[in-house]
Design a protein around this ligand. Sequence first.
Ligand SMILES: [Zn+2]
Length: 406
Amino acid sequence: MDDFGLFRQALGLEEPWEVVEVKFDAARRRLDLRIDFRKGARFACPECGAAGCKVHDTETHTWRHLNFFQHEAYLTARVPRVICAEHGTLQVKVPWARERSDFTLLFEALVMALVKEMPVKAIGGLVGEHDTKIWRIVHHYVDRAVEAQDLSGLERAGIDETSSRRGQDYVSVFADLDERRAVYVTEGRDQRTVQEFSCFLETHGGEVARVGEVCQDMSEAYLAGTLKHLPRAEITFDRYHVRQHLSKAIDEIRREEAKQHKQLLKNTRYLWLKRPRNLTARQQDLLDELLQQPLQTVCAYELSLRFDDFYELDDPDAAEEYLRRWIAEVHTSGLQPMIKFTRMLEDHWLGVMRWHHSRVSNGLLEGLNSLIQAAKRRARGYRTNRNYIAVIYLVAGKLQAGPQIA
Ligand SMILES: [Zn+2]
């Protein structure tokens, strides 16, 4: 083994590449490795793989590598251009980096491992690179992994929206309900997003005609999009989203009533909206006390608990009858926000009932959503929707995004 053999091994370099110079700069905390190819070496054509092409000229390039203890490490090499009889003069691919990157594959692999766990900005600080450079790496590998997806097995899809960092614009997330992962994420929450998804599906091994089930919220936009672009699908309105509308109705009643009963209802919002089993003992006591009061909010709350039972019934016909009776009861109560909610149910009847056939777990979209919310908190300072979308793919897409290290 020559003097630099250890470095050559650490870098995984093979013939004809070798380490020819190692320079430590203690003051700048920098390690420079110069790599070169053996004199007279010949390379394969990067286009056709024809072996033994002669080197025409070279271009020197430097790549950032993994830190060597506290030293920032860089590789510098002359990258040859070879002459292929068929393809002319072409630059060869070096084994330690991809084309047009300023980082080695190992450095990029480190970034891709970190990005699942920490904000890009923090990674930038950790490795001493501006975060725009880190984002460039992330986008390269995420884009590639998204494109490489095989959606031939996709038969049940979920659609959900999530607000982007400013809370004004939205992205739509399309999930494979059986693989329990996000497969397509795009800007907006209109009908066009469903069209885009159906195109993406068709160009990634899937078939629109095979999608037999779609789970979504009750928005007109998704509904119109699904009817038009996923025409074979039966639509289920997601239990979680349906319940959100009911929670909104309760809260509207509480806020109105709080104007007269300030002392009683102040700061009680979460008591009414959380499931009883998720309350702390103290909250439970407080709620029990409130339930003794002759309040409209109490009436709405009790109706809402009975609405939840609709989902617990096993027999679809019994469930349908149950819901009709529940709606009649709501009308008797005279609570306008609740009545408005029942109209929404009636307008979306088939999709609400469909839940009892498709049994799409409400936890799925909810689960993806909480992953996404966590990602959003972690990745403050996204700056662009493109960055936000990349992080959603990383946390909710189960993608193998990163370089293939041999
Ligand atoms: Zn060639």
